[in-house]
Design a protein around this ligand. Structure first.
Ligand code: ANZ
Ligand code: ZN
Length: 800
């Protein structure tokens, strides 16, 4: 058989496509299986080996499911809005639409050359107006339900690049692009009220099957905290200084308060604060810092005491100073804290630096040296004295503050509302109109999609406003409510919008009247298995679960959770063990591998290179090893004849069917392939196999290396496509080796027995016999002069 894999690959890809082998059937009688992989961003660079690994996992599972008789939906599409395309448009003057279309064609070609079994009739493109019409529709539904709001917020802004930067892109207060100082600029921001779904997103995790680390990361991101709100009085004033604390049990140890520098109460009392100049200076310094810098634990504490006002501890009536410090954030809790230096590390450092009292309320540490943050007996705390159980003392103090009307139990979440706009061209236009009479008015549903206007110049405006703001014909419109002159919102949605619901559209990609047909929805949802990268666990996964819960609440979808199961693949590192990057020159182009070795080799290699969930470096020699393996597979045809099982191979075949079947379910692709490599060694050792055995072999390998397996299937006269043939079954009883107990003699006398596999080799038989406890004393320290082994009968060891 010819070993040029490439030639046969094009042939089979064409046949599969012509016969629609991988097209999912809506509302079929068969049991459905919906496998989802993260659709690619079609960048100009084309496909990366990381894409191949990411898609190969569920590719194998999907192919196995089809052979098991399931109706499989394994779709693909393109998440095509975003900055790289826009920047390329700015650089070249080419329209993002043109660039995107070109890139999608390239990606499609590349994906097809790898032979992925995607259903190409359902391809979606998030930048297609028939698609983003529904993205805008969901946005309007959220607007209708009060989940969209606008707020002025401080954003990281680079005055030189005139661009708003994320926290990640402005670390250390410097612009990541031009390295100039970033300023905090106040901007109008659209938000989605994802925080309203914090509890649902947390509860929902209990009913899904996600890898434990994925679940944990989501829980941390949502960040539920339980504690209490407590109101402190501002001495002689009406206002209360309200704090959130997880440790109300330490209330008697509060010796000062800290407000976030941005807290508006400061402005309210500016007239009474006698050191306002110092306060303003400190606020200016803080304004330049990112949240990341401010919340670092190991950094010198800074702050300013607000002179002229003070607070009162509501339980002791004692007057305590109020500070501002950057370690307290405006965006969490109430933007103010009660500080307990004896039992909180940050408060301790702060108190030491500013010479503030430290009152111990929990026994167990040495507060002259450090804050004591563990449990212990309560002291200096009136009615709490003597309590040793933290939960009990918290319950007790909450009961007390409730009775006194100065506070109550409360919960907080770390997760913040989702800033949902960008000042960019290549995104979904936000369907909102600003009317001088009516205020913010949604675009009527009938007018969707609100299309992106044609633009010549994609550069953002001087003040960092969207390129859309320069298009008068887009901006000027009439108000849908009062029909007066109004202006359109010119910001677009962030990259994450289109991917927040894409798995729904695959089910019904061409529906013009609805987001999705109800019957199809009920048949296909939820996604049975979703695989993707760990980097998407805390953004895309949270965002899309949020949208889905919302769609569930308004009756558009039938399950609150979109994904029944979620797994993740590990990165492919460069041959040097470093993360692949252009600048390091260690990038491997998957299409180069296809050109030289063929798609089956590439597919086999990315699954064989290591544990699927772990990172692993690329290795050319291992790629060649996979090629040799597939060449041996091709050679099996020449030694195949007869029917049924070869007696010597029956056990290993049954074992391998079992192992490959189970390993694929657990994403242990590397050990599944290793088992097939072991099997092929046995076959060649034996010298031949039957046609039936060859069929089993190619069925097991087909999900991994489908082209070569289809080719062999065709040669041995298989009917139809191997891709749709039945998955092999095994006989559990035949998965264990037959064994025999045989006698072991020393110098002709029976001394014991040993259990050996049938037809065991002499080496193995003797090694095992010499380890038998009954035998050891007779041969220990003696020299062996002769060893006799009669297979399946007897062993005799002669010693001197
Ligand atoms: C008093 C106290 C005593 C606290 C003690 C801790 C230990 P998590 O678990 O993250 O919810 N805190 C509250 N709001 C804050 C803000 N806006 N910026 C910075 N810190 C803030 O932690 C809540 C704890 O973090 C709160 O409990 C508060 O300090 C602080 F021995 O109150 B604690
Ligand atoms: Zn109006």
């Amino acid at each position: 058989m010819k070993h040029e894999f490439k030639d046969i690959e094009a042939k089979w890809q064409k046949k599969w496509e012509e016969a629609n082998v991988f097209q999912a059937v809506d509302n079929s009688e068969k049991t459905k299986f919906y496998a989802l992989v993260e659709f690619p961003y079609p960048s100009g660079a084309g496909m990366h080996v990381g894409h191949i690994k990411a898609y190969s996992g569920l590719e194998v599972v999907s192919r196995k499911r089809r052979m098991e008789g399931y109706n499989v939906l394994f779709p693909i599409g393109f998440d095509a809005f975003g900055l790289p395309t826009e920047n390329y448009a700015i650089k070249t003057g080419m329209h993002p639409r043109v660039i995107t279309d070109k890139n999608i064609v390239k990606f499609t070609e590349q994906l097809k050359r790898v032979g992925f079994s995607f259903d190409w009739s359902r391809v979606i493109d998030t930048t297609d107006e028939d698609y983003y019409k529904w993205t805008q529709w969901i946005f309007l539904k959220m607007f209708e339900k009060g989940l969209v709001f606008r707020n002025t917020a401080l954003v990281n802004y680079c005055p030189s690049c005139k661009v708003v930067l994320s926290n990640e892109d402005s670390q250390g207060g410097k612009c990541d692009i031009c390295h100039s100082d970033v300023v905090q600029k106040s901007k109008d921001v659209w938000y989605l009220r994802i925080t309203e779904y914090s509890e649902k997103l947390l509860q929902g995790l209990e009913e899904v099957d996600y890898l434990p680390n994925i679940k944990q990361q989501q829980m941390n991101w949502i960040g539920k905290s339980t504690g209490a709100f407590v109101n402190f009085l501002i001495d002689g004033k009406e206002d209360k200084l309200r704090v959130y604390t997880t440790r109300p049990d330490t209330l008697f140890g509060v010796t000062f308060m800290v407000m976030a520098p941005e807290n508006p109460l400061i402005d309210k009392y500016a007239g009474e604060i006698t050191n306002m100049k110092e306060v303003e200076e400190y606020r200016n310094v803080c304004a330049k810092k990112t949240e990341f810098e401010r919340t670092q634990l190991v950094k010198e504490k800074t702050g300013v005491c607000l002179k002229g006002i003070s607070a009162v501890n509501p339980l002791t009536g004692k007057c305590i100073p109020i500070y501002i410090a950057d370690y307290v954030m405006m965006g969490y809790g109430t933007g103010a804290i009660m500080a307990v230096p004896a039992h909180d590390e940050r408060d301790y450092e702060f108190a030491k630096k500013f010479g503030i009292d430290i009152i111990e309320v929990i026994k167990g540490g040495d507060i002259s040296k450090a804050a004591y943050t563990s449990d212990g007996e309560m002291i200096n705390s009136e009615f709490l004295n003597g309590y040793t159980n933290k939960k009990e003392s918290i319950d007790r103090v909450i009961e007390e503050i409730k009775k006194l009307g100065i506070g109550e139990a409360g919960v907080q979440y770390k997760m913040k509302d989702w800033a949902f706009n960008r000042q960019r061209y290549w995104g979904e236009p936000i369907p909102i109109i600003h009317c001088p009479q009516c205020g913010v008015v949604p675009v009527p549903y009938e007018e969707l999609p609100l299309r992106l206007p044609n633009v010549e110049n994609f550069e953002p405006g001087l003040e960092g406003e969207s390129p859309l703001a320069k298009i008068d014909s887009f901006v000027n419109c009439t108000c849908p409510k009062c029909h007066g002159a109004a202006k359109r919102e010119t910001d677009t949605m962030p990259q994450w919008a289109g991917s927040s619901w894409y798995f729904l559209r695959y089910i019904d990609p061409h529906n013009e009247d609805a987001l999705i047909n109800e019957e199809k929805l009920k048949y296909w949802m939820p996604v049975d298995w979703y695989n993707g990268g760990m980097e998407h666990v805390t953004r895309h996964m949270i965002y899309s679960r949020f949208w889905h819960h919302f769609l569930y609440d308004i009756g558009v979808v039938n399950t609150p959770e979109p994904y029944a199961k979620r797994t993740a693949q590990g990165l492919i590192l460069g041959p040097d063990g470093e993360k692949m990057s252009k600048s390091k020159g260690n990038v491997v182009d998957p299409l180069d591998v296809v050109d030289v070795f063929g798609a089956d080799v590439l597919r086999t290699y990315v699954l064989f290179m290591g544990d699927y969930a772990s990172a692993a470096p690329w290795s050319d020699s291992s790629v060649r090893g996979c090629k040799r393996f597939l060449e041996r597979v091709a050679n099996l045809y020449d030694i195949a004849n007869g029917e049924g099982f070869t007696p010597e191979l029956e056990t290993i075949f049954n074992k391998t069917i079992k192992k490959v079947s189970n390993d694929i379910e657990e994403m242990k692709f590397n050990t599944a392939i290793a088992a097939l490599m072991g099997l092929i060694n046995e076959i060649f050792d034996h010298g031949s196999l039957t046609k039936d055995e060859l069929i089993i072999f190619i069925k097991l390998l087909c999900p991994v290396a489908p082209h070569i397996c289809e080719e062999i299937w065709e040669k041995i006269g298989g009917k139809g496509f191997l891709a749709l043939a039945s998955w092999p079954e095994y006989d559990e009883a035949k998965t264990v080796d037959a064994t025999l107990e045989i006698a072991v003699q020393v110098n002709g006398k029976l001394r014991g027995t040993v259990t050996l596999p049938l037809d065991c080799s002499q080496d193995e038989a003797l090694t095992n016999a010499k380890k038998v406890p009954d035998i050891v004393p007779f041969i220990e320290g003696k020299s062996i002069v002769k060893e006799i082994y009669v297979p399946n009968k007897i062993i005799n060891i002669v010693v001197k």
